[in-house]
Design a protein around this ligand. Structure first.
Ligand code: TNX
Length: 505
């Protein structure tokens, strides 16, 4: 017996059955129903198929695409899709409908006689509420147009949180009215001496809105108390002189990169040398002003305060700082989020969400730190660096990316289980996030090479049921090959890894 091939969908739905053949689309196929979703669907389908897909509100007929919202379909973000003699997508809410539309894009097929939709019946709902992807716009700045493209890519894979790493040693990337010198003096350059940049408040709001239309929530990060060298270019009175450690000195030398110098822009990749002044009251005014302004223009519920790699800071100072900083973040009305090191501090604000970036087999105190967020009533977002990091090289020869957490071929990115890393109950895991750090990515095309196809792997970990029959590498690798036809149509510069049978279509 020949088993039917699984539908080429990523992330694979909770349930998806193939029907008989394909439903032909034609110039008379219309999109009937919810206007917002219809406009996005039309914008996606029309250029690709060269068919008009007129929007209509009357009764649907054969060959049409019907978009509806009905809360009875299921929980938040869920949807059903039926492609028979027409396509009907019903979202439990606007997000669910949007995800059904993304699934439809992957069911689109071009045949000798024209465009069609593979007949199918799908019922779908996400596994995790937080499905995140990060872009580091501090090490290399990426303008609004690139961020929008990132949002397009990620939302098509049903990611719903975009974490922007907005500040680091190499630059400050968002305008803050009450501390205007940050963008005036500390945004000009990127790593490797490349051009910098920053988002005006209008730019930031444009990103927020574009993301919201695609059901992605922006999670802004201001990394504190370390990763703050750039702040010293603008406000030296709140930043310590660089603390050089042996690893920083030897790795900078090996890479031929300069060491950080107080008051000068830092263009190397080294970490752990900077800190804001923890004993200085003005520092907390800064934190309050920055987080308050960010909170005002961020509709999402999280404010990320960083907290990683404060290598030159004493434990005592670190504790003093992060307990205040998480309280300040909470006082804006948002939920603080922080890298797992912050979990080393006993009295962090209640409900703070921890982002675990240790390895799949936790080292040292990393697991305890992560577990402490749960003890404080928070939850965890899992970003194990040896599986979820999009900036690790695929292989030793790969020209872009870093390798400190190991090499991450696509299969390794695919095969990990977020609930089996630290000892917390499954409900304590809010979700996962795949971070793209941008030390080595000088262009957005570089970003796409590292992100694709691995972001598709993480999307499936975030969305698809853990026990699903298709949640296995052999299935995934053939589905990637098929979904990549859509990536080609969008011009995504994905890495054609040899692990994927690209020619199967
Ligand atoms: C570690 S992961 C960092 C970043 C670097 C990244 C490079 C984390 C919280 N901090 O500062 O960019 O490694 O892979």
């Amino acid at each position: 017996m020949v088993l039917p091939e699984p539908l080429a969908l990523i992330p694979f739905p909770s349930s998806a059955q193939r029907g008989e053949g394909a439903l032909p689309l034609s110039a008379s196929s219309r999109i009937v129903g919810e206007p917002g979703a219809a406009a996005l669907l039309r914008a996606a389908l029309s250029p690709r198929t060269d068919l008009p897909f007129e929007e209509a509100t009357d009764e649907a007929s054969v060959g049409d695409i019907v978009l509806r919202i009905d809360a009875n379909v299921g929980d938040a973000e869920s949807y059903t899709l039926k492609a028979t003699d027409r396509v009907e997508i019903v979202g439990a809410d606007a997000a669910g409908l949007f995800y059904g539309v993304q699934t439809l894009r992957q069911l689109l097929a071009e045949t000798a006689t024209g465009w069609s939709v593979v007949r199918a019946e799908v019922q779908d709902a996400p596994r995790f509420a937080y499905r995140g992807i990060m872009l580091d716009v501090a090490r290399h700045f990426f303008p609004v147009a690139d961020v929008k493209r990132y949002i397009d890519h990620a939302s098509s894979l049903k990611y719903n949180h975009l974490h922007l790493h907005l500040t680091d040693d190499q630059g400050w990337r968002v305008h803050i009215d009450s501390w205007p010198l940050l963008t005036e003096k500390a945004s000009g350059t990127s790593a490797l001496g490349d051009k910098g940049g920053f988002y005006t408040k209008a730019d930031y709001r444009e990103i927020v809105e574009y993301a919201a239309e695609r059901h992605m929530v922006l999670v802004p990060e201001v990394d504190l108390p370390g990763h703050t060298h750039a702040i010293g270019l603008a406000y030296p009175e709140i930043v310590e002189a660089p603390v050089l450690n042996d690893v920083l000195i030897s790795s900078s030398e090996a890479l031929g990169q300069p060491l950080p110098v107080m008051g000068e822009s830092y263009i190397g990749w080294g970490v752990g040398h900077s800190s804001v002044r923890i004993g200085e009251e003005r520092t907390y005014e800064f934190v309050r002003d920055v987080l308050t302004e960010l909170a005002e223009m961020t509709p999402g519920k999280y404010l990320h305060i960083g907290g990683d790699e404060s290598l030159g800071t004493t434990e005592e100072d670190f504790a003093k700082f992060v307990s205040r900083a998480t309280e300040i973040a909470a006082a804006t009305g948002k939920t603080p989020m922080a890298w797992h090191e912050v979990g080393a501090v006993s009295d962090i604000a209640e409900g703070t969400v921890g982002q675990y970036w240790g390895s799949l087999e936790p080292k040292g105190t990393h697991a305890e730190e992560a577990e402490h967020f749960i003890a404080r009533g928070g939850s965890l977002v899992m970003s194990p660096s040896d599986a979820a990091y999009l900036d690790m090289k695929y292989s030793a020869e790969f020209p872009l990316g870093l390798s400190w957490a190991g090499l991450i071929p696509v299969q390794k990115a695919y095969e990990w289980e977020p609930t089996k890393i630290v000892g917390v109950p499954e409900e304590a895991i809010l979700g996962i996030e795949a971070p793209l750090w941008s030390e080595s990515t000088r262009t957005f095309a570089d970003v796409e090479q590292l992100v694709f196809p691995r972001a598709a792997a993480h999307a499936e970990t975030a969305w698809s049921p853990a026990e699903g029959a298709e949640r296995v590498w052999e299935s995934f690798r053939t589905r990637v090959a098929a979904v990549a036809v859509d990536w080609d149509a969008r011009g995504i510069n994905y890495f054609a890894s040899e692990e994927i049978p690209w020619s199967t279509r």
